[in-house]
Design a protein around this ligand. Sequence first.
Ligand SMILES: [Zn+2]
Ligand SMILES: [Zn+2]
Ligand SMILES: [Zn+2]
Length: 214
Amino acid sequence: MKKTIYAALVISAIFLSFACVPKHEHDFSQTECGQVLTCSICGQTKDEIKEHTWIEATCTTPKICAECGQIGGDPLGHTTNFGVCERCGAKVGKELLEQFDDEAFAINTITMTVSNTILDYSDREGVPTYSMLITASDSLEDTIEHYNKVIDLCGDNEKLSKVKEAALEARNSIPSRPYEDSSICKKAWLEDMVDYTTDCAMFYLEIAEIAGEQ
Ligand SMILES: [Zn+2]
Ligand SMILES: [Zn+2]
Ligand SMILES: [Zn+2]
């Protein structure tokens, strides 16, 4: 009798030990990224680290893990800064136009201040003084960085070649300081200034043109 009870206990103990952890397919899906794969049912581990489940980056979103949300790097960015993106087909250019506007505004502010000062003086007193033209030239030099920014932004983009050309032309026609205090030099400077304001206006026109296309 004792033997029978003992046997029954052993059998039930064995049965119970199986019953505690029912036969199952290991489930490693709950393991967190970077941790050793561990079955969420029985705790058994596998000699393997759970890798991130990367969703590839797009033009506007970075590579991201679908499991833990970790971000790996930056968005790819569109293939162009103006025109249609070859990767995602988006029409791109609004940001660039805003940047152009900022630069054009800065150029316009400087150019208008200089030319109004010269014109006002000419109306009242006649030919501007040598020192006025020196100051004017130096002020106009401050527009160079803004033209350069535009030229840089245009890069090799075919669609922006006219803007780039116009910016180059305007930048290169900024009147430099008159080299001496003579009426010939001052007159030459004033003519250069007229040429420059024309080139400057052409530059604005080109920006308006592409803004219209967008
Ligand atoms: Zn398991
Ligand atoms: Zn992850
Ligand atoms: Zn894109």
